[in-house]
Design a protein around this ligand. Structure first.
Ligand SMILES: O=C[C@H](O)[C@H](O)COP(=O)(O)O
Ligand SMILES: C=C(OP(=O)(O)O)C(=O)O
Length: 450
């Protein structure tokens, strides 16, 4: 039996339009926007609703401490860098981190990319000024261009279509890598190839050798390795640009309910999580598992009110709270929020984003973060949950598989002068391949303690 859409549900999906959504561009030509969104609404969904349901069950397990979420990828994907090499390096980095965590902590790791749709960015200011010229801020490739010219900075609806097609080709390659043999655990050694030799690289190689030995032993015992040959990999992005999310929301014929089929998992950002705001209203109406970023101003009551709105039926795995308080604040601010939610009893999955609360500007003017601050926030996150008896369920990281120099420190000791060597991000700084592996090794120690 196939279900039809309830007209009331469909009307509800457009209620956000009346709520004055924040962080949206001013489209210069509304008729063009309408043509584009109609076209998007007729294109195939990017993910299947059943996959989002499977993810919800995995996230529920992470909330109970039976799995761990590893969510990582670019701050802002770009059309130009959606190349086979970049996608492969990011996948390899996430797979390597997952191997380190799974092997070291004996926990299943849920692998999720900030990939195949992470094209829209919230900004602190609507404009950017250089010298005496002021132009609209860059809001991500799905909206406008990075070049500092009036033409590039003009929002262009055609970019929504390009974002859709680039997401589709990225997902296609991810699916090929993760189900076609590349991600087989039997090749764990090979994921290290092509990366710079460094201490984290050699530690990873040792683990891969131990896994090889264990696999050879199991093979000699007659084990069957089908389950090791493929990997479930989920896509996610910030559900920011509602003119993109709405046309990609589809009614699932299995149950008649709406799913946002632009990605498996959508998160609501720190700047758009207002209780009566358009984003919370919109995502309350779709079935996907949802993330909500919680910054340092969040109170326990805010968190409970978000649960009331977004998960009134207390469904496990529906809500992931991604906390990003900053290294200097997390130990003071997180306990009150976690205590209130724990006392309430409705299930949530707690994840740490140690990136967005730790931004600084280096002496030479780069927007950066210190690796030591990032790791300190992760440590604080584990400490708070250990003290309260709650579950640290995962990590949300801005990373790339390339050897960029955007975050200070790490065992390579990138310093202020070193940032200029390979600073490539268009918005926020990402961990490079080596820093990502280093983080995974340190998190294993924290997971073992907890
Ligand atoms: O990634 C997060 C935000 O988009 C980003 O930090 C905003 O940066 P801005 O303060 O430079 O606008
Ligand atoms: C903008 C982001 O984060 P936050 O909403 O936490 O600032 C992000 O993750 O890209």
């Amino acid at each position: 039996m196939s279900f039809e859409a309830d007209p009331e549900v469909l009307r509800g999906l457009d209620h956000w339009r009346a709520l004055n959504p924040v962080q949206q561009p001013s489209w210069p030509d509304p008729a063009e926007l309408e043509r584009v969104t109609k076209r998007l609404a007729g294109l195939p969904p990017l993910v299947f609703a059943g996959e989002a349901d499977a993810l919800r069950a995995h996230l529920a397990a992470a909330g109970r401490g039976e799995a761990f979420l590893l969510q990582g990828g670019d701050c802002a994907e770009t059309f130009e860098t959606a190349t086979a090499d970049n996608i492969r390096n990011k996948i390899k980095t996430i797979l390597q981190m997952a191997v380190v965590l799974t092997y070291g902590a004996s926990l299943p790791v849920i692998k999720m990319g900030r990939m195949a749709g992470q094209y829209a960015k919230p900004r602190s200011s609507d404009t950017e000024t250089r010298g005496d010229v002021t132009l609209p801020a860059f809001r991500g490739d799905i909206i406008n261009g990075f070049d500092f010219t009036p033409e590039a900075r003009q929002p262009d609806p055609q970019r929504l279509l390009e974002a859709y097609h680039t997401s589709a080709s990225t997902l296609n390659l991810i699916r090929a890598f993760t189900t076609g043999g590349f991600a087989s655990l039997l090749r764990a050694h090979e994921w290290n190839r092509g990366f710079m030799a460094n201490p984290a690289y050699s530690r990873y190689d040792e683990i891969a050798s131990e896994i090889d030995r264990a696999i050879r032993f199991m093979a000699a015992c007659g084990a069957d390795f089908d389950a090791l040959r493929t990997v479930e990999f989920f896509s996610s992005h910030e559900g920011l640009l509602l003119d993109y999310e709405r046309p990609l929301t589809r009614i699932d014929s299995r149950n008649g309910l709406p799913y946002d089929c632009s990605a498996h998992f959508l998160w609501i950002g720190e700047r758009t999580r207002q209780l009566d705001g358009a984003h919370v209203d919109y995502f309350s109406r779709v079935q996907n598992p949802l993330g909500i970023k919680l910054g340092p101003s969040t109170t326990g009551d805010d968190a409970l009110a978000l649960i009331d709105k977004l998960n009134p039926n207390a469904e496990p795995g529906r809500i992931t709270f991604i906390t990003r308080m900053g290294a200097g604040k997390i130990r003071d601010l997180l306990p009150a929020v976690v205590e209130k939610v724990a006392a309430d009893g409705r299930p949530v999955t707690w994840v740490c984003d140690p990136m967005h609360g730790n931004g600084i500007t280096s002496a030479s003017g780069y927007k950066t973060r210190r690796f030591s601050d990032v790791m300190d926030e992760v440590a604080g996150f584990f400490e708070v949950h250990r003290a309260l008896g709650t579950v640290p369920g995962g990590l949300h990281i801005e990373l790339t598989g390339d050897d960029v120099t955007e975050v200070l420190g790490g065992s390579e000791e990138i310093d202020d002068a070193g940032l200029a060597r390979r600073y490539e991000t268009l918005v926020d700084p990402r961990l490079n391949h080596q820093q990502s592996l280093e983080m995974a090794f340190q998190v294993v120690e924290l997971l073992r303690k907890s």
